[in-house]
Write a new protein. Structure first.
Length: 81
């Protein structure tokens, strides 16, 4: 395993330490998991199969035609139900 030095803002360090305490894991484990997530996400964006499946989904779902404009209104309505 290779060690590196990373500079964090004070609030980031405090938040990581608190989360590590709550989960009862070392901060290093959280950092490694975060790095894995970033790498997995980057890989998914380059994966041609993911792109093909996303393109196949276009038009398969229906909803209001003005959803992109009125999304906040629809969300508020759904929360009231």
């Amino acid at each position: 395993m290779t060690q590196i030095e990373v500079s964090l803002a004070d609030d980031q360090r405090a938040a990581l330490e608190e989360l590590a305490r709550i989960r009862n894991v070392p901060v290093a484990d959280l950092v490694r998991k975060g790095i894995e997530e970033v790498l997995r996400s980057a890989h998914a964006r380059r994966d041609p199969e993911v792109k093909r499946r996303a393109l196949q989904a276009i038009g398969r779902f229906t909803g209001p035609s003005d959803l992109s404009v009125r999304h906040d209104d629809y969300f508020a309505e759904a929360c009231e139900e």
